[in-house]
Design a protein around this ligand. Structure first.
Ligand SMILES: [Zn+2]
Length: 257
């Protein structure tokens, strides 16, 4: 498993899928097809040839500029690809070459995709989360250590707890706390990983979100009333729960349960 060819293959697969994610980030919120037409430069509309569409490398040899109009290619493209490759390495390092690893790597890409879509558009599309809940249940029942019962509880706890918060927060905080997209996202996380991981996801997302939010207010990067969508925090929390959820749960509730 420590053979470098395995690691290299995993990384290359990760950046290829990452390249596909850059397409999905733009097209899914607009309801466009993610397979056709070929990618084009958003500035001059020139179609991008396969040799200019190689993950990471094309950005380097084009020096970050469109071949036709020399407009800068946003650095988010290589960043999305690179992080997706690194995420796959992390999953393989944690779980080895197994069926759960395949599912978890795919799930990481979904988290990473949701992070960017929610950042850009402040939505988490149903077209990702609703099929995700069903696929998560099936994977949990047949491929993952989660099991069907824990998956079902995960859907109920993940969806239910945020639904409850969304329902009471207008009374408590005077505004809507959670979007429906967040609720369905956490239900999807619960479907794949189980109810404990859904709770860990929410705890990590809340803590990191509060720390970052207060930090940005103090540093005056952000004005009061501005906000960062919750999806990226949930996605981060979910990935940590995916990697170390069981250990975190045992550590946190040591002696209590
Ligand atoms: Zn161009």
């Amino acid at each position: 498993m420590s053979h470098w060819i395995v690691w290299l293959s995993v990384f290359i697969l990760g950046i290829i899928i990452g390249s596909f994610l850059t397409v999905c980030v733009h097209r899914i919120p607009e309801g466009r097809s993610i397979v056709a037409p070929r990618s084009a430069c958003p500035h001059c509309q020139s179609q991008i040839s396969w040799y200019d569409n190689v993950p990471l490398l094309s950005f380097l040899w084009l020096k970050g500029l469109c071949r036709f109009c020399a407009e800068a290619i946003p650095p988010r493209y290589p960043i999305i690809e690179l992080i997706n490759g690194m995420g796959y390495l992390l999953v393989v390092w944690r779980f080895g070459v197994t069926w759960p690893t395949v599912v978890y790597a795919g799930l990481f890409s979904v988290f990473w995709l949701v992070t960017w879509i929610d950042w850009d558009h402040k939505i988490i599309p149903d077209v990702i989360t609703l099929p995700g809940i069903v696929v998560g249940f099936l994977c949990a029942a047949f491929l993952l250590p989660t099991g069907w019962l824990n998956s079902l509880l995960g859907i109920l706890v993940g969806g239910g707890i945020l639904l409850g918060l969304a329902w009471i927060s207008p009374y408590v905080f005077g505004k809507e706390g959670m979007g429906g997209g967040d609720i369905k996202f956490l239900a999807m996380v619960g479907a794949f990983l189980g109810w404990q991981q859904a709770l860990i996801t929410l705890m990590i997302a809340s803590v990191v979100g509060a720390v970052v939010g207060i930090g940005l207010l103090v540093l005056k990067v952000m004005q009061k009333g501005q906000y960062i969508p919750f999806g990226p925090y949930l996605a981060l929390g979910a990935f940590i729960a995916l990697l170390w959820g069981t250990e975190l749960w045992q550590w946190y509730f040591r002696g209590l349960v």
